[in-house]
Design a binder for this molecule. Structure first.
Ligand code: GLP
Length: 240
């Protein structure tokens, strides 16, 4: 695991954007695994700018997102599908037919998980971008999730509901369930880039990097990946 500690969120965002651009410049038809959450927002803003200035293009890129809340319509302003459109794709030349994300309001969620697994098997990711939950989760793979699990429906941990409630009017509006890509498919990506910013991630960063590889901290699985890079800011690195 390659660890890069930067001063602050501004530096983290610029460096993460460079990393993703490098993948797109080397392979203009790359397949990316992308993430939601506040952490990648700065990097996404750089990617939109670099796309507008012609440095990169999403025209031939395929994207597979990590997760989606259950029961939300893809057009809901709280859905992760909406998040990706507003925060990244609207400012790029991405063909939305090449954007894939589990459907949170599918009638048959088991069938939806299987559909997503088939897509993931057929479309290996060149780069997987990840954020980090304050409890060490990656995507919505909460602590104790077996590393070999594939796409599944998850009951969110109370701490995750609390963390994500800032994006809703109140706690009661936060969906309690989500569909998430499993750890097995996350680590199948050729390269992984995980971003962590802020003091509330410091314990999870410590467990991920210095703890033993264990389902207690799902992100610790990245220690075993042959090409995983972690970019963390000073606050997130404060316990290392
Ligand atoms: C959610 C997402 C994760 C994300 C995490 C951290 O739980 N499912 O993919 O990494 O939040 O979010 P943030 O970047 O807002 O701290």
């Amino acid at each position: 695991m390659k660890i890069i500690i930067v001063k602050n969120y501004i530096e983290l965002s610029a460096l993460a954007a460079d990393f993703i651009c490098d993948t797109l410049i080397r392979n203009s038809s790359a397949t990316l695994g992308l993430a939601t959450g506040s952490t990648p927002l700065g990097a996404y803003s750089h990617l939109r700018d670099r796309c507008s200035s012609g440095q990169i293009s999403f025209k031939n890129v395929k994207v597979f997102n990590l997760d989606e809340y259950v029961e939300l319509h893809p057009n809901s302003v709280h859905s992760y599908a909406h998040f990706m459109k507003v925060n990244l794709f609207d400012g790029t030349d991405m063909d939305l037919r090449d954007f894939h994300i589990p459907c949170g309001n599918a009638d048959d969620l088991d069938a939806e998980c299987k559909r997503y697994d088939r897509l993931l098997s057929a479309n290996p990711r060149n780069l997987q971008l990840l954020g980090l939950g304050s409890n060490g989760h990656i995507a919505f793979n909460e602590p104790l999730t077996p590393f070999e699990r594939r796409t599944h429906v998850v009951e969110l941990a109370a701490s995750t509901v609390a963390d994500n409630s800032r994006l809703f009017e109140n706690d009661s509006q936060v969906p309690r369930r989500a569909i998430t890509m499993g750890i097995r498919d996350i680590v199948a990506a050729e390269r992984i880039l995980l971003l962590a910013s802020g003091i509330n991630k410091a314990q999870a960063v410590l467990n991920m990097i210095k703890g033993e590889v264990s389902v207690d901290c799902p992100a610790s699985v990245l220690q075993r990946h042959p090409d995983a890079t972690v970019i963390i800011d000073g606050d997130a690195a404060s316990l290392l």
